[in-house]
Ligand binder design. Structure first.
Ligand SMILES: [Zn+2]
Ligand SMILES: [Zn+2]
Length: 169
């Protein structure tokens, strides 16, 4: 179900509740529906993002599985940055619009970028089917995601370090 439809159903139930559809005159209906209502009323976390030119856009629903810095040379090269940072999600949590170009940097690996402006977008690997690692900086609010660890720290640039106590793998 599109997220917007889900929101309108929530609103419909809210309006109905405000209008008294679930008042004491219909306790049976309310009792039956209340578990479903609590699910519908639970706030769904939403995030959005786009590439530099705006050709590629996405919306993400729910929490990421993990957020991590990657120090590997391939990610650094793809992002032209001393370190990259990924937000890992299930593909089912995302809705894309626009065109992604794909570069297979190694067997089973798909690195994507905007076909127009070249913004690096994501990393996907056949080893983790159904998942996508979006670069944190394509989100509209990257500050909403807190990194939990560093990976490929052995490849980090010697002069680059962040002052945190996160695990380094
Ligand atoms: Zn673009
Ligand atoms: Zn990497």
């Amino acid at each position: 179900m599109p997220v917007s439809d889900c929101i309108s159903i929530k609103q419909m139930f809210r309006n109905c509740e405000l209008a008294g559809c679930f008042n004491s005159k219909s306790p049976f209906v309310f009792t039956i529906l209340s578990p479903f209502l609590s699910v519908l009323f639970a706030e769904t976390k939403m995030a959005s993002g786009h590439c530099l030119c705006g050709q590629f856009k996405f919306e993400a629903e729910g929490d990421p599985r993990w957020v991590a810095y990657c120090h590997c040379a391939s990610c650094r090269r793809h992002t032209a940055s001393p370190v990259s940072c990924f937000v890992n999600l299930n593909l089912t949590q995302l809705r894309f619009s626009g065109e992604r170009s794909i570069y297979a940097s190694s067997p089973g690996v798909r690195r994507s970028f905007c076909a127009t402006c070249g913004t690096p977008l994501a990393y996907e690997t056949a080893e983790r089917p159904g998942e996508i690692d979006l670069y944190i900086n394509v989100f509209d609010h990257p500050e909403a995601f807190i990194p939990q660890k560093h990976v490929f720290y052995a490849e980090h640039i010697a002069w680059f370090d962040v002052q945190d106590d996160l695990p380094r793998e």
